[in-house]
Design a protein around this ligand. Structure first.
Ligand code: SAM
Length: 243
């Protein structure tokens, strides 16, 4: 199978994404550490730091997967707060729930199977919405951004952590070689799953760059948008406020 976007009709994308995350769910955490050399932990830590999440807040972690952000938010919001870990994929959600239970994460976390494009929550529900390494997998990104805007309270913040465009040509070259030649091989050796990691590389390449994503956030109704590049733009953290 070839998971390139060019060769796959949009209608098939959802199915592909479902297959990929069903397939990688059990090994997702190990592979994250392995493929990023642990650096994804720093990207996530920074996201938590700038989220401004406080005790009593209501937080939605959409495409939350195995719950790296949710675990931290659960501690920050405390007993009076609430964190919703939402993901479209049953397998990812199950691995996430089991993992959080094992870690004794507090009872302030809810688990919801949901598509980011049409979030099943009332308007003005959350102080903060996060989507980490999730948006590039969503078929209709504009619909997803509008849906996130809708469920945020006025003054609430959206944080989008996602692969982005490297800022240095040499770094781009090294990174492209890594992701297109090495990633599938590592995926094959470590997880016996070259296709999923080929999808990963292609989805990163197709994702909108920093300026484009910021424009999309503005079109979806966010204000005071900004982004912060990390690791030479391999990853960017976008922020926006619902007016
Ligand atoms: N946020 C976690 C993290 O940073 O480790 C998981 C990221 S994982 C690369 C991407 C997640 O997005 C998967 O769990 C996948 O099921 C989820 N996903 C893909 N499309 C989605 C959609 N349309 N709505 C909600 N979640 C989606």
């Amino acid at each position: 199978t070839h998971f390139g976007y060019e060769t796959v009709a949009t209608a098939d994308k959802e199915k592909r994404v479902a297959e990929v995350f069903h397939s990688v769910a059990q090994k997702y955490d190990i592979m994250n550490d392995f493929l990023s050399g642990g650096v994804h932990r720093l990207w996530k830590r920074f996201t938590i730091e700038v989220s401004g999440v406080r005790a009593g807040n209501s937080v939605l972690d959409i495409a939350g997967g195995t719950g790296d952000l949710t675990i931290k938010f659960s501690r920050l919001v405390g007993e009076k707060g609430r964190v919703v870990l939402a993901d479209i994929n049953e397998s990812m959600l199950k691995v996430g729930r089991d993992r959080l239970m094992d870690r004794g994460v507090a009872g302030n976390v809810e688990y919801v199977q949901a598509n980011a494009e049409c979030l099943p929550f009332p308007d003005n529900s959350f102080d903060v919405v996060t989507i980490a390494f999730g948006l590039r997998n969503v078929t209709d990104k504009d619909a997803a951004l509008r849906s996130m805007q809708r469920v945020l309270k006025p003054g609430g913040r959206l944080l989008v952590l996602e692969f982005s465009k490297t800022t240095h040509p040499l770094l781009s070259k090294i990174y492209d070689t890594y992701s297109f030649n090495l990633l599938p091989v590592i995926g094959k050796v470590v997880a016996d799953d070259a296709d999923s990691y080929r999808y990963l590389a292609e989805s990163i390449r197709m994702h909108p760059d920093q300026e484009t994503l910021e424009g999309m956030m503005r079109s979806a109704g966010f204000e005071r948008t900004s982004y912060h590049n990390m690791t030479g733009g391999i990853v960017a953290l976008h922020r926006g406020i619902k007016p």
